[in-house]
Ligand binder design. Structure first.
Ligand code: GLV
Length: 330
């Protein structure tokens, strides 16, 4: 491969990946904290053989049409809902992602959010810092215990499994799940039981969402679903914001249809500070940090670089969501 291949990286990513890419391609990096403007992407992608994109970059058909010889979109994420996969495949553009390496970090955040909202950590810490800690209160900041509670996992893939494993072995929780396919490993190792959605909603003490965003899962949680949950239930979302209707969630939290929610993802991102969800004491929102550990981001970067380098050389990517388009190129 000649170093004349041009590559665009749409944000600063860990240096290991940048160096790997720079060794083989002429590399441009968008240096700002916020995503590049659309016009910049449209202009730069024109001559690029590859692009490293983030989940905040919308890589749609119109953008792909600007490119003369785009061979690979290497997404710095496991989720690829920011990319029009069908359009990429039709154009013979390979799409790479970074599965596996962020599983443990994401499961850690799901459990952290659960503990935080179950025991009202955020609310009580704010009270302590703001002078609302008047005395030791027998009835103050009461929360939910975890031991032996039933957890419902929506989407029993890698991350759902890792979350369920922590909760099952850590707090002896029975696991039920709702998923497209049966997860034999979860059933065998965690005695997880596959159930329909209504059973999951009605039976779970805690629900953790780990599905990808697709037409079936968009808006999956609305007021109808919240009404079926236990008033003591907790909802955790580390998947994608649009899986739940936030207006309905705010209403449900206000009415006490469920006890609390912990969200790593919102719709849109960032969620504006004026959004009602921030004003609710029983809702904790963190800024999409599930994969934000040094180790995980370095691994994501490494895979992202590998995918990109393979793609600009017309070789199969290590991780791709549209393997069929590789065959077209070869
Ligand atoms: C993060 O949300 C990812 O999809 O990698």
């Amino acid at each position: 491969m000649s170093k004349s291949a041009k590559v665009l990286i749409t944000r600063k990513i860990p240096i290991n990946a940048i160096q790997q890419i720079q060794e083989v391609a002429e590399t441009e990096i968008w240096p700002e904290q916020l995503p590049p403007p659309r016009e910049y992407l449209e202009e730069k992608i024109r001559d690029c053989a590859g692009i490293v994109s983030l989940l905040t970059d919308s890589i749609d058909e119109k953008l792909m049409a600007c490119a003369k010889d785009l061979r690979v979109i290497s997404n710095f994420a496991v989720g690829v809902n920011n990319i029009d996969i069908q359009a990429a495949t039709a154009r013979g553009i390979a799409v790479g992602n970074t599965p596996g390496v962020l599983t443990q970090a994401t499961a850690d955040i799901a459990v952290s959010l659960l503990l935080a909202v179950a025991r009202r950590l955020h609310e009580s810490a704010l009270d302590a810092a703001s002078g609302n800690w008047k005395t030791w209160e027998p009835l103050g900041w009461l929360g939910q215990e975890l031991e032996g509670k039933t957890v419902g996992i929506v989407g029993m893939g890698r991350i759902g499994f890792a979350t369920a494993k922590r909760l099952h072995f850590g707090w002896d929780m029975p696991i039920i799940y709702h998923s497209r396919s049966t997860n034999a490993e979860a059933e065998q190792k965690l005695q997880a039981r596959k159930v329909d959605m209504d059973t999951l909603l009605q039976t779970s003490d805690f629900i953790s969402i780990h599905t990808d965003l697709n037409p079936q899962t968009r808006g999956m949680f609305t007021i109808k679903e919240f009404e079926k949950m236990k008033p003591s239930a907790i909802l955790i979302n580390t998947s994608r914001g649009p899986v739940l209707n936030q207006t309905d969630l705010a209403k449900a939290l206000r009415l006490g249809l469920l006890f609390a929610a912990g969200l790593d993802v919102t719709d849109p991102e960032p969620l504006p500070p004026s959004h009602e969800l921030y004003s609710l004491k029983n809702c904790l929102i963190v800024p999409h940090i599930a994969s934000a550990t040094f180790a995980t981001r370095n691994e994501m970067a490494r895979i992202c670089a590998e995918n990109l380098i393979a793609g600009i050389s017309n070789k199969p990517l290590r991780f791709t969501v549209n393997p069929e388009c590789i065959r077209k190129q070869n």
